[in-house]
Design a protein around this ligand. Structure first.
Ligand SMILES: [Zn+2]
Length: 580
């Protein structure tokens, strides 16, 4: 067994996936949930404990435990292997034996970030950190937060981190690709972050992958500077603090989204642990999907200024499109969460979050202030204002229900304008989602394949028997049988995933539809043998029919010699005992 197989054999795919998707529901040996890889309202994502395999019948995402971790974390095979081994306390051979070039490069990036976190933290705690510490105290950031968010300080030398990493043996090209340095015209590198308060940015599993740096000098042009994108840091995939927020978010089924680093720290100190920040970037589908895995209920708490509102509108459209239930947190006085907590206290802030209005009501409140509802034209305008948001909903029934809700919320119970509004809300063209593929299922193939996969002991016997019949050549699953036989002959381990990955796409789907959806209990070698016997019988019957036909023709044509010979063959055939 190679190292990957060894590790895989000690893992349970259901447990690994449920770390990422907390809401797996069990149906016998199958587990199901909304697909983390595409947007859907009814679950078409299944995890099969028996086969240690997952498959989505909506977007066709599928594979074993490694494929899942690679896709969801966006990492290489070796990184997934290493991660799973570490998380589960499984021994791994030395790094050099289990990596490819890309993994090694990414490993160096991670190492540089870990060193940088410690370096910046040391600066903040040291004698030169006094001013930054004062700043944090002034902003109400308590020492435990400095510790848990691992805040740090980049000094103003412009080369301290560079020197340190050079001393640790990192090569210039590694440094250049770390996102931590800028390059001068003469090609030399310098620290990207100078005299800045440093916020490490973590991936979902809590490893530092980048930094955000806040200027400490008010004269500095850019208030915030971020690491440039690297092999391990894609801005659009990361939400600040999701690594910490996710547990609480899953538990209380709510995520609060704020604007920046300080808001996250402020909200966390106020007892709102389920908080993430977009940190100046426009919200992306990748971020929404990462968040959605932990909760579908999002409370938006973005800046109340007009820019905030525009950003909120864009984000909301995307969120509705992804079936996220959005509420808007309004803080009076246009304060951001951090300021609000300081002014009104943590409890009031938590109350504001708990009382956040569903997005559509919030939107209707805004519209109410803008238009005159007593006037038909005003009612028309208000509906035109609300319509785009309603039409962003995918589901027709939901659109109609939201339209009706809003009309009664606004106190508009009848009239032509309302009729028109309802019709517009309902009529928006539906985007069809692909129905799950249905394959013709032959029960015999299903049972035989299940027993071939399950029966470690009896597989040899089954395959020998299978060789003795040719009926399976006509089966839609012929390609699958051929692959199993050839894997068996070459001594490969036969399991669902190893078989699946050797098949053509068409056969992969057939295998999945035959084997994965079966809810029945264990299939034994005997069950498999019975299927092969049925094939043999069918084969014999078809040969007999063939002979009888030929005998008739020979008799009709007067070829008696030939007819007798054929009859002899037929008699012999029926004497051959049926095995069993
Ligand atoms: Zn999917």
């Amino acid at each position: 067994m190679d190292i990957a197989q060894q590790i895989k054999s000690q893992l349970d795919i259901v447990r690994v996936i449920s770390d990422y998707v907390p809401r797996l529901r069990r149906f016998g040996n199958r587990y199901s949930c909304l697909c983390p890889f595409h947007n859907e309202k009814t679950p078409s994502f299944s995890v099969y404990a028996d086969h240690q395999f997952y498959k989505c019948f909506g977007c066709d995402a599928r594979g074993d435990v490694f494929n899942f971790v690679m896709s969801i974390e966006n990492i290489t095979f070796w990184e997934a292997l290493k991660k799973l081994a570490e998380q589960n306390g499984l021994p791994l051979p030395k790094q050099s034996q289990v990596s490819d070039e890309k993994t090694r490069a990414r490993g160096a990036l991670r190492e540089m970030h870990e060193i940088a976190v410690e370096h910046f933290r040391g600066n903040l705690a040291g004698p030169n950190g006094a001013r930054a510490r004062d700043y944090l105290t002034g902003r109400g950031v308590a020492p435990p937060s400095i510790e848990s968010f691992q805040l740090g300080l980049a000094d103003s030398s412009g080369r301290a981190l560079l020197r340190l990493l050079e001393q640790r043996g990192f090569r210039q090209e590694q440094l250049a690709e770390s996102g931590l340095f800028g390059r001068r015209d003469d090609g030399t590198l310098y620290d990207r972050f100078r005299n800045r308060l440093m916020f490490p940015i973590y991936d979902e599993s809590g490893k530092p992958i980048a930094f955000g740096g806040r200027a400490l000098d008010p004269g500095e042009n850019a208030k915030y500077v971020n690491s440039s994108e690297t092999e391990i840091y894609k801005k659009s995939n990361v939400l600040y603090n999701l690594n910490r927020a996710k547990q609480t978010a899953a538990k209380i089924d709510r995520i609060v989204m704020v604007e920046g680093y300080m808001d996250v720290i402020g909200a966390t100190q106020a007892g709102v642990a389920e908080v993430v920040a977009i940190c100046g970037t426009a919200l992306t589908v990748e971020q929404i999907r990462a968040m959605k895995r932990h909760s579908q209920n999002l409370h938006l708490n973005l800046d109340a200024d007009s820019a905030g509102n525009k950003a909120a509108e864009r984000s909301v459209k995307l969120l509705l499109d992804e079936n996220v239930r959005v509420r808007v947190v309004e803080l009076e006085g246009g304060l951001d969460p951090d300021e609000y907590c300081k002014e009104h206290g943590a409890e009031t802030y938590r109350e504001r979050i708990a009382k956040a209005k569903p997005y559509f009501y919030w939107l209707a409140d805004r519209a109410r202030g803008k238009f005159d509802l007593r006037d038909p034209q005003g009612r028309n305008d208000i509906f035109q204002f609300l319509l785009p948001a309603i039409q962003a909903l995918r589901d027709k029934i939901e659109r109609v229900s939201v339209a009706n809700d809003l009309a009664s919320y606004l106190g508009i119970e009848s009239g032509l304008v309302l009729e028109h509004f309802r019709k517009m809300a309902a009529d928006k063209s539906e985007r069809a989602s692909a129905p799950p593929k249905v394959n013709s299922k032959r029960p015999a193939d299903r049972i035989l394949l299940l027993s071939l996969l399950a029966a470690e002991e009896g597989r040899d016997e089954l395959i020998q028997a299978l060789r003795g019949v040719s009926g399976w050549n006509q089966s839609p699953a012929a390609g699958i049988y051929r692959t199993i036989v050839s894997m068996h002959d070459s001594g490969s381990a036969i399991a669902f995933h190893s078989l699946h990955e050797r098949l053509e796409p068409g056969d992969q789907n057939l295998l999945a539809s035959l084997v994965l959806d079966s809810e029945g209990g264990a299939t034994t070698v005997e069950d498999g043998m019975a299927c092969i016997e049925a094939m043999r019988r069918e084969e014999r019957e078809s040969a007999a029919r063939d002979l009888k036909g030929k005998i008739k023709v020979a008799e009709r044509e007067g070829k008696l010699e030939e007819a007798f010979e054929l009859m002899r063959q037929l008699a012999q055939m029926s004497e051959t005992p049926v095995r069993g």
